[in-house]
Design a protein around this ligand. Structure first.
Ligand code: 5GP
Ligand code: ZN
Length: 137
């Protein structure tokens, strides 16, 4: 279906949503968590991002930090330095809140297929509470 098949009003809606940086992706689970529509155990939040416990933790502490606006992966988010800086700052805040800042932790961003990304809304994994092996699998 070409753009000509999409009603003009719908095109304008998406244009403005993206322009304002408030875009959501229909059916995206992390957009739903960020909006408070899907339950999650929130650890931290601010105007740009939200952090919550991973539903299938792979470590005693396993928290995901996501931008409030939909960004599919690091490839799409790379130019937004303010957002990337905030996400890392939030990760450090999460580590502090979970009490693993001193013992140590790992921050991971899986990107696309071979990177192991399964949810296509940019997220940082903050993992700790056990010794993290190197290199990862
Ligand atoms: P990825 O594989 O894309 O790097 O990471 C996706 C992560 O999201 C996985 O660790 C997975 O357990 C987690 N996850 C998937 N669906 C949900 C959900 O509905 N809620 C929460 N809290 N985590 C989820
Ligand atoms: Zn999303």
């Amino acid at each position: 279906m070409g753009a000509g098949m999409i009603p003009f009003a719908v095109q304008r809606f998406f244009y403005y949503a993206f322009k304002k940086g408030t875009a959501r992706m229909f059916g995206c689970i992390f957009c739903q968590v960020a909006a408070g529509e899907k339950p999650a155990a929130r650890v931290y939040e601010d105007d740009l991002c939200v952090a919550f416990d991973d539903i299938h933790p792979r470590a005693p502490v396993h928290v995901l930090v996501v931008p409030r606006r939909h960004v599919a992966s690091l490839n799409q988010g790379a130019e937004d330095e303010a957002l990337l800086g905030r996400l890392l700052r939030a990760a450090a805040e999460v580590a502090k809140k979970k009490g693993i800042d001193g013992s140590g932790y790992r921050v991971v961003v899986n990107t696309n297929g071979e990177g192991g990304q399964t949810v296509f809304h940019l997220h940082l994994h903050v993992m700790g509470g056990r010794f993290m092996k190197w290199p990862p699998g």
